[in-house]
Design a protein around this ligand. Structure first.
Ligand code: HEC
Length: 122
């Protein structure tokens, strides 16, 4: 039993350190649009379709991401992840992304133009 508790303390301490390192690092994460291209597969189903509306949790307009400002996209994703911005599906999606994923995806979408509707990369 003692050994069991000890292990948990060590894990808690380690994840505390990892959390600190991650937040200290967050400011200097640099997005890579090329890497982002490989990370948007799960976004395309909703965000890649012009005028698409989701049916969940109610009929809802899905915003176009291509051509939006990278800082805006990154802030939006962090806000969903933290729960500052509420939308169930986006919260689930954003929670699965690391800071680096968010930076890459933001760089990728920012490099597109809003009118590149048939862009296969979108
Ligand atoms: C199930 C459909 C769905 C999927 C999958 C999805 N999104 Fe969304 N997303 C939405 C909807 C609907 C909204 C609008 C929600 C709101 O108003 O808060 C949204 C909002 C956003 C916003 C805020 C846009 C704005 O103009 O404020 C960003 C950024 C975003 N999504 C990025 C992504 C990324 C990146 C992925 C993939 C990693 C993704 N989404 C996957 C449906 C989806």
């Amino acid at each position: 039993m003692k050994k069991f508790v000890g292990k948990h303390v060590v894990i808690a301490a380690l994840s505390g350190i990892a959390g600190l390192a991650a937040s200290a690092h967050a400011a200097d994460v640099v997005g890579n649009a090329k890497a982002g291209q490989g990370k948007v597969a799960m976004c395309i189903g909703c965000h890649g379709i012009p005028d698409y509306r989701t049916a969940y949790p109610e009929v809802y307009r899905v915003p176009i991401l291509g051509g939006q400002n990278a800082a805006y996209l990154s802030n939006a994703l962090h806000a969903y992840k933290k729960g500052d911005r509420h939308f169930d599906t986006m919260r689930a999606v954003a929670s699965s992304l690391s800071d680096q994923d968010i930076a890459d995806i933001a760089a990728y979408y920012a490099a597109q133009t809003p009118t590149s509707k048939n862009n296969p990369d979108k």
